[in-house]
Design a protein around this ligand. Structure first.
Ligand code: CU
Length: 503
């Protein structure tokens, strides 16, 4: 694991001193895989995209807002960092709309490089997805208005799809309400989890170059020989927990020493919407003294189940309802396998606030993962007699840091091809010793259980080491859609392809 402790220390596969990483920045900075778009394929026409947009629900209402992507100081709770954010806050402002509303979000790029806003999980029109090449990046100094209707209720979020900026403060929650389903809860708590280095430890570029530096192309073959183990192990994740150990883990932009507080009344039913905005960290989340009733994942409803804790990979969201007790209760997000925590507080009465390091026993209780969940009623995909089979073989190794899909990095990728209307069965075949949270843009797929039974609807699903995970989706949203590992560093190293609609 690369350790980004405040004195930058690259301990995992213990091969790099910080000075080497810094030196590598200049050498490899121009050799990124993702800077090059794959060869253009016969993609959907703008007519097909417009026709799909016309089929979405339309309320006639427009929700408008302006976000400025900027560099500047952000207070993480007694620790002020220089980072990138929207409007100077981490997370950025909540964007909220109802099903059928049009979002009109103007993004001003005050950064010194191009940026983008990807609407993670939203089945929106392809040309507003905020991921190149479907949507061009916004040049430094420029601005762009993302304008699209939102078809499905749920918990979503947004972040850049450009370079390594996903590992900065550039993220915000997106919530789509269902006017026909106000929900049976008294209070709502939006919780964004993050692993934090920017402005504290090495920059994301330094981390990436450190990870890539072990590959041997810096003339250091064999120096990445330490494999697995060490501080980054998790049984839930099937082995290595991650590649990077961060200086801080944060909830809603605050470190554990200065947590945010959410106030409710004893007995309130509180809907908690948890979003993992991290780059290399799965979080195991529990609320001290409470049982969680999990109701949704990635925006879509599941048959409710009770659990003590829940595991979220990067990009995943879980909604749950709790009945608030009386007192002060830490919501603790343990960085899975990394021996560190983030936290926030639920306060409904008087009580002693436990120390910042406190971990509730619930974290060791029943931990819900995706395999425990099944979609409910309207979220269940209809069966289809003739499905198209596609596969995405996940390859690469920590040692070489050469993550691929179907044997190729993104710069050389051969897109997966579908036609509008097809029912698609896609199998992720993980041939690596790492877990990968795989994310498909513009669609929500059904996870097929190990027993073949339909599971939850998801747009991001953890694929464990050496696991084959089958998912199914309907090709109903024409365009060119990125599909990638939501580990920011794996994605940058090349673990990305696209699903392209053929005319
Ligand atoms: Cu990955």
């Amino acid at each position: 694991m690369i350790d980004t402790g405040r004195a930058p220390q690259f301990s995992r596969r213990g091969f790099l001193a910080a000075s080497v990483a810094l030196g590598a920045t200049a050498i490899t900075g121009c050799q990124r895989n993702t800077g090059t778009a794959p060869p253009a394929s016969t993609s959907s026409s703008s007519g097909a995209i417009a026709a799909a947009e016309a089929r979405r629900p339309h309320s006639g209402r427009t929700v408008s807002t302006t976000l400025t992507a900027q560099r500047g100081p952000v207070d993480l709770g007694g620790r002020t960092v220089d980072t990138l954010s929207y409007n100077g806050s981490v997370p950025g402002p909540l964007v909220r709309a109802s099903v059928g509303d049009e979002l009109a979000v103007t993004v001003r790029n005050h950064l010194d490089h191009s940026t983008s806003v990807h609407w993670h999980g939203v089945a929106l029109r392809n040309d507003m997805d905020g991921a190149s090449p479907a949507t061009p990046d916004i040049d430094a100094g420029g601005e762009f208005t993302y304008r699209f209707s939102v078809p499905h209720p749920g918990t979503y979020w947004a972040h850049p799809h450009t370079g390594l900026d996903a590992d900065t403060g550039l993220y915000f929650p997106v919530i789509v309400d269902d006017p026909n389903d106000p929900g049976r809860y008294d209070a709502e708590w939006v919780v964004m989890l993050d692993d934090w280095t920017d402005g504290v430890g090495p920059t994301p570029t330094q981390i990436y170059d450190g990870l890539r530096g072990g590959s041997g192309h810096n003339g250091m073959p064999g120096m990445g020989g330490m494999s697995g183990g060490g501080m980054g192990n998790s049984a839930l994740l099937g082995g290595d927990a991650g590649d990077v150990s961060y200086p801080y883990y944060a909830i809603n932009g605050r470190i554990p020493q200065a947590p945010t507080t959410f106030r409710a009344k004893p007995g309130d039913r509180v809907r908690i919407r948890i979003i993992n905005a991290g780059s290399d960290t799965a979080f195991r989340v529990a609320l001290a003294g409470h049982r969680l009733t999990i109701t949704h994942t990635d925006g879509f409803p599941v048959t409710p189940i009770d659990a003590d804790a829940v595991l979220l990979g990067m990009g995943e969201r879980y909604d749950m309802v709790v009945t608030a007790g009386d007192g002060v209760f830490p919501l603790v997000a343990a960085a899975e396998g990394k021996n560190a925590t983030a936290r926030a507080l639920l306060v409904t009465g008087t009580g002693v606030t436990p120390a910042a390091e406190y971990t509730p026993g619930e974290l060791q209780g029943r931990v819900a993962t995706v395999s425990d969940l099944a979609a409910t009623g309207e979220a269940v995909l209809p069966p289809s007699p003739d499905e198209v089979n596609l596969s995405a073989d996940l390859g690469g190794s920590m040692m070489r840091y050469d993550w691929t899909i179907n044997g190729l990095p993104f710069a050389k990728t051969r897109p997966l091809q579908v036609r509008e209307g097809q029912h698609v069965s896609l199998t992720f075949n993980n041939a690596t010793m790492m877990w990968h949270p795989m994310h498909l843009h513009g669609h929500t797929f059904e996870v097929v259980g190990a027993d073949g039974r339909p599971g939850a609807r998801k747009d991001t699903a953890i694929v464990l080491p050496m696991q084959k995970l089958q998912v199914r989706f309907v090709a109903d949203n024409p365009g060119v859609w990125m599909m990638h590992c939501h580990n920011t560093y794996h994605q940058e190293a090349g673990m990305m392809t696209s699903v392209d609609y053929q005319a």
